[in-house]
Design a protein. Sequence first.
Length: 114
Amino acid sequence: MIWLWMHLVTWIVLLIVVFSVVFSKKDVSVAAKMIARICYVVALVSGIMLLGYAWEASPVLAVVKILLAIGLIGFCEIYFSQGHNWRSRTKALLLVTTILVGLLGFILAGGRPF
């Protein structure tokens, strides 16, 4: 159960960081990048530990979430490195992808830990 909570808290922190970076008028701070990178590592480790449970629930959805989460990490890093040179459609796609990864996690967890 601790892995599930770690995974959830990490996603919430990453969601807050992504929202703050997208809606900020300033350049991306080093602190935001480092917080996001720590979230990536914690999410990957806790995700690996939770993979067995997700695989039992739905193998296809688990693979989709894994691919989407890895793509989100790459998308965040590209966005953070380019700064604010993106169109609003790309910013919206980043936010939607971040939320979608979290929703898939809730579906795979069967609505737990709530």
